[in-house]
Each structure stands twice: as C-alpha cells, then as structure tokens.
Design a protein around this ligand. Sequence first.
Ligand code: FMN
Length: 178
Amino acid sequence: MENFMDLMTRRQSCRNFNGERVEREKLEQLVEAFRLSPSACNAQPWKLIMATGETAKTVRECVQEAGRNKFTDNCPAFAVIIEEHAVLKPAVAEKFHSQAFAQMDIGIATAHYCLAATDLGLSTCILGWMNEEKLKNALGIASEKRVRLVLATGYAADDEIIREKNRKPIAEIAEYRA
Ligand SMILES: Cc1cc2nc3c(=O)[nH]c(=O)nc-3n(C[C@H](O)[C@H](O)[C@H](O)COP(=O)(O)O)c2cc1C
C-alpha cells in the first residue's frame, strides 16, 4: 500500500466511469474493508447489496431520479447500504439516544470502502441522491428500512487526473487548545 495521505488525496468522486466490469475478487475485498470498520458498541448496523449486471441496471434507474447522477450510465457496480437496527449496550443506548450512531457507523464504513477501492485501482462516487422508495421496492428491501447511501464503483476513464481538493481552510475547521 502507498502512503496513506497519498491514498486520501487520490480518492475523489468519479463521475466518468469507463464501463469496464469490476472483478468479483475486488468487490469481495471492498466488502471486507467495509466489514472491518468500527461501529458504536460494535453493533455493525448495516447490510450491503453488491449490485452488478441486471441489478446494477435497476439501481442506476433509482439513483438517476430527476435527471441527476447521469454519469452512472457507465458505472458497472453499486454497493447499496441498508441501515440495520443497532443493538447498543443498554447504558449507551440510554445515555446517547439522541445520537445517530448507526449513520455515523455507515459513514465510517463508507470511507473504508472508498479508500480500499482507490487502493485497488478502482474509483467510487458516494451517492445520497436516490429514489429510496423505488430502490427498496425494486430490490425487495423492507419498507421500514433505510437505504442510507449507494456507492458507485468502477474504473475511471481518467483516473490519472487528480483534481485539487476544494476544502475549507484548516483555520476555519480546526483549532488547537492546550
Ligand atoms: C453523503 C454523501 C452523499 C453524496 N451524494 C452524491 C450524489 O448523489 N451525487 C454525486 O455526484 N456526488 C455525491 N457525493 C459526492 C460529493 O459531492 C463529494 O464527495 C464532494 O464534493 C467532495 O469531492 P470529492 O469526493 O471528489 O473529494 C456525495 C458525498 C457524500 C459524502
């Protein structure tokens, strides 16, 4: 593995996939990277549907709601992340019931997945924009569940072009106190 800071710089949202299929072994490594992620009380409140082929076609239609995310036309694989009930330790559940730990857990696991993908030469785009009801119906996901994110996964047509990161200045987001 390369230097971790370099890996984080190289990870960027891909909106130009080349359509090439992703090898099954690589999808399995991404699932493993997701699975190794930490979670509150180790609750692991998630399920993944790794969609390729006809299922990817269905997912594509659902993330292109209202004409958005058209670039996914060339994306061969998607990870659909379903939030599961987080079984927290009773004391934690009682004291922190206002905290959305499950969503945080999914965010962290998503970072694991995307960085692992970059390390494998793949590219990703995290998709929050979707027709969730349509997606749940199409994939047979229970209506009371939430699909939190869809991770577009494939090979970039132009992965050697690393865009400059557009981020708030450090002084705006962090302070050091001693
Ligand atoms: C929760 C979440 C939802 C997002 N949803 C979308 C989306 O639906 N479509 C899209 O093109 N990008 C989406 N993005 C990607 C962001 O726009 C992108 O991460 C951000 O602009 C920073 O750019 P970078 O990922 O290239 O560093 C999403 C990112 C996150 C974290």
